[in-house]
Design a binder for this molecule. Structure first.
Ligand code: FES
Ligand code: FES
Length: 172
């Protein structure tokens, strides 16, 4: 079996080097090698985004990457954030707390993806504040790829709307 060596930074901690099978998905790497099972495996074909992690770029921007269809080797040298990295000292992030306050999820299978997508959206808005009348549209755009099979969209969106409208730095 062909193997590759992988080094990444996950949630701020250097990880590896690990010898892993060539072609191993990032989803399997996170779950089976690192024990980070907060990243879920949903559709497995790139449609639902239950599996997304955040990949941070050196320029301060970040993007969601679907781990079910992306090989771990893609992340070589990369800075990755997973759902396990958002709470600090047991205190949920703003996004996590807002989802809890709004009872935004039911089975929770989509939630880690929604948490990561919410973080990327809010970080993007922090760089480019949104007009108050465009908040709804911006949320719909930012969360467009996240599928919730329990159809809990409205509460997720309401939670994000509360965060955005409650922080003067995020609107203009
Ligand atoms: Fe990756 Fe659905 S599990 S997109
Ligand atoms: Fe069940 Fe979203 S809460 S899939």
């Amino acid at each position: 079996m062909k193997t590759i060596t992988l080094r990444t930074t996950v949630n701020g901690t250097p990880v590896g080097p690990h010898e892993i099978p060539d072609g191993l998905s990032m989803n399997d790497y996170l779950r089976e090698y690192l024990g980070l099972t907060g990243t879920k495996f949903g559709c497995g074909v790139g449609e639902c985004q239950a599996c997304v992690v955040i990949l941070d770029s050196p320029d301060g921007t970040s993007e969601l990457v679907r781990t079910c269809i992306t090989e771990a080797s893609f992340f070589e040298g990369g800075r990755v954030r997973t759902v396990e990295g958002h709470a600090k000292d047991g205190i949920p992030s703003k996004v996590q707390a807002a989802y809890l306050d709004h009872f935004a999820f039911q089975c929770g299978y989509c939630t880690s993806g929604f948490v990561n997508a919410g973080h990327v959206l809010l970080e993007d808005i922090a760089r480019n504040p949104v007009a108050k009348e465009q908040v709804e549209e911006r949320i719909l755009q930012g969360m467009d790829g996240q599928i919730c099979r329990c159809t809990g969209y409205v509460r997720y969106y309401a939670a994000l709307r509360d965060i955005i409208l409650g922080d003067p730095a995020l609107t203009r």
